[in-house]
Design a protein around this ligand. Sequence first.
Ligand SMILES: Cc1cc2nc3c(=O)[nH]c(=O)nc-3n(C[C@H](O)[C@H](O)[C@H](O)COP(=O)(O)O)c2cc1C
Length: 493
Amino acid sequence: MKLFEPIQVGPLTLANRIVLPAMVTRLSGEDGHVNQDIEERYVRFARGEPGLIVVEAMGISQSKSGPLLRISSAEYLPGLRRLARRVHETAPVKVVAQIIHFLKISRSGWRQTIMDLTVAEIRDIVAQFAAAAGRAREAGFDGVELHMAHAYTMSSFLSRMNRRRDDYGGSLDNRLRAPSEVLKAVKATVGDDFLVGVRFDGEECIKDGYSLPDAQQIALRLARLGAHYLSISAGGKFEDAVKKPGVPIYPYTGYSGDRCMPGKGYPDGFNLYLGEGIKQVLVAHGFPEVRVVATGKIWRPEHAEEIVTRRTDLVGMARQLLADPDWPRKVRDGRADSIIFCEYGNVCKALDESFQKVRCTLWPKDALHAPLSAKAQDAPPPQWPPGGARLRAHLEHGKVRLNWERAVDPEASLAQGSPDGAGGIYGYEVLRAEGEAGTAALAHHASIRAATPTFLDVEVLGGVRYTYAVKPYDRRGVRGPCSEPVSIELPPP
Ligand SMILES: Cc1cc2nc3c(=O)[nH]c(=O)nc-3n(C[C@H](O)[C@H](O)[C@H](O)COP(=O)(O)O)c2cc1C
């Protein structure tokens, strides 16, 4: 597969084309130091062997922001060094640090904006980015990613909402001024042999915000200034965020937030046209070597393969790799049928919003990281109880309710305890097809935690017949036998 062909990105060769984009874990304390939990989280990601790991946003200044990693002074270097070293020791994975500057927000609803910054303060921020990038290099990271996306300072300069009246606002050239100064200063500090990527929005996804045409111009400027890769995100803005009294505003609560982390109801690869459009313009202007990372609800192996074959150089998978960090290894080793698929229910996002430790709801209750399998490769898969799965479907207020019997894992006693007391079973995959279908026609529809052998399908229409089946899986994701299919037709509307 093309996904697993090595690829040159700036001065580095990545072993494959899968990227873990930055994902805040809220595992650090407010002190911002790397701790054991953070190390374990990234070692776990590294075990799955993506080509590139982008470590979550690290603050380049001391502004308060709950639990967030910091890279704002030399005191953070020992922890960061440990983190980079442990990732490298775990697998042939490259690791970069995402560095971020953000402005102040308060519980009262007030927030500082780029309109408030003096030119001296902007110069200070530029210097902070350069110093932080230098520290990332010193700490042994393979590169640095400049956070110029979402609601943060550099993205606010790029934004069409940037209404500064001086050289830093108004025209696209002026909106690009501070981000360009940052990139130049970073490159001057770390040199050409250190990977430098930039993450920015391909579209702001807010009224009067910018979209692909501006993003293409931004990409060309960043390419000319020596960015090695561009990681394309979308939305995540303050402008349309939902204000809750007494709580600092969270920029992922409005429609632009949905576009940044598209949930269940949105199409797969929702933001793909942005990465694709940016790649096209880079190629057309003589920058084919500047790599583009597309992210946003990418989880199916065939889809990821199609993307790296025809659309962008690299695929980013954040929530899918949180759910199952072993996705890259499983696909590479022909074990895609044991992937645990993300639900896109955005519980991880809600945890981030409330400053709680970011976990995945599909993991066993209380697990701080995706569990490792303690079992041998050839361990027997889960089984249904003697009477079978007894899958039943009935209508519940216009939706379809499925119930089934709990499966058991033959080696539950050998496994590392039984998640949720669910007999060693880790979860269930719900499969669905429209019409009366044999099991071959059924496709992945949902992932269910082991503790709840029931599922309510809300994505159904009157007058349509649906066929369902379920498969249990263990900690390795190895599926047990498919249940007998069951069909149900909804009354016509
Ligand atoms: C819990 C959480 C934390 C995130 N933290 C960051 C971050 O620190 N920096 C960043 O650029 N994006 C962050 N993102 C956005 C992701 O990198 C990614 O763009 C988004 O989740 C869409 O990709 P996906 O559909 O593969 O999850 C975060 C997303 C989630 C769910």
